[in-house]
Design a protein. Structure first.
Length: 313
């Protein structure tokens, strides 16, 4: 039985998967199994994984079920002391896995370890990957973190390693929405377990240019999930104490202002105006809200004016 099961959900991932898996194979910790969940891909995702020819790689094919269901499948179909998550287009530092395993084995009070990460557009980052990494912890994000986890999801799934015993206790990821399922899981875990953050950036988090042009969501999923989590788990945790109500109010305000701004400036105008109306009615920071509304409207007008001015083909 391998010490770590690394679960990689992969849907039409042939373009990036080889680089992702190779970063794991280059790790200086070798006692792992690498489970690729081919989630109904229509490309050569499975073939890419199999072509690496490493006996530690196992491919599971399934009908398309989504990110969270794929993670659940990979974890359920494995046996290991630890579980690591890895998205099919991200890349690990060679020391990432070793440092996390050493940390959790040396400090049993922690059940989950995560690392700093850097945004990445596919450029050469040998400066980071060849850089020695140390085991220093970030004290601010180490310990009982429930109140902070409720503010924002600061854990990149590709950076997380946790004990299987924690998974056995918590149960699987929810499969409600791939954009917020991981946040729900980490919030749930933070009520039951202490986390430790390695301060070194040990993951490259790939950003896709195409994602910049995606249609804005019609729902503010982050804030709706926050409301759900607060209703489910409450304003305090026996281990970590209460949530800072002032900071929560600020986060909610900024979350809804960002949503409203995006839609008035470049999305569905009615949704944006409705969100701005709610902010102006309920507060706080009505002057700042009104200023943002005016700037958003100006950006919308400018954008559409420039669009009309473009010559037709």
């Amino acid at each position: 039985m391998a010490a770590v099961a690394i679960v990689v959900p992969a849907y039409n991932a042939e373009r990036y998967l080889r680089q992702t898996l190779q970063s794991v194979l280059d790790s200086d910790f070798t006692d792992f199994e690498l489970i690729v969940i081919d989630d109904g891909s229509r490309d050569n995702t499975a073939a890419v994984a199999e072509s690496l020819g490493d006996p530690r790689i196992r491919v599971i094919r399934q009908a398309n079920a989504g990110m969270s269901a794929s993670r659940n499948r990979g974890i359920t179909d494995s046996e290991s002391e630890f579980v690591a998550l890895l998205d099919a287009d991200d890349v690990w530092h060679p020391a990432k896995l070793r440092l996390q395993v050493e940390l959790l084995r040396a400090q049993p009070q922690f059940d989950l370890a995560f690392t700093e990460f850097e945004f990445w557009h596919g450029e050469d980052r040998t400066d980071l990957l060849d850089r020695p990494a140390d085991e220093a912890l970030e004290a601010r994000l180490t310990g009982w973190l429930y109140p902070k986890m409720m503010m924002t999801n600061f854990i990149l799934p590709s950076s997380a390693l946790f004990r299987r015993s924690l998974w056995n206790h918590l149960g699987p990821f929810l499969c409600d929405d791939h954009q917020t399922d991981d946040w729900e899981y980490f919030v749930r875990a933070s009520r039951e377990a202490q986390f430790a953050k390695l301060a070194a950036p040990l993951v490259l988090y790939r950003q896709h240019q195409a994602s910049l042009s995606k249609k804005l969501p019609r729902e503010n999923k982050t804030e709706l999930m926050r409301d759900t989590l607060l209703g489910r788990y409450g304003m305090s945790c026996p281990h970590a104490g209460p949530i800072d109500r002032t900071e929560l109010r600020r986060r909610r305000y900024l979350g809804w202002r960002h949503f409203a701004d995006g839609h008035v400036a470049g999305g569905e105008l009615g949704l944006g105006l409705k969100a701005f109306t709610r902010l102006l009615t309920e507060g706080p920071q009505r002057i700042a809200t009104l200023s943002t509304l005016l700037k958003s409207a100006r950006r919308r007008v400018i954008s559409r004016t420039r669009g009309k001015a473009q010559p037709t083909a």
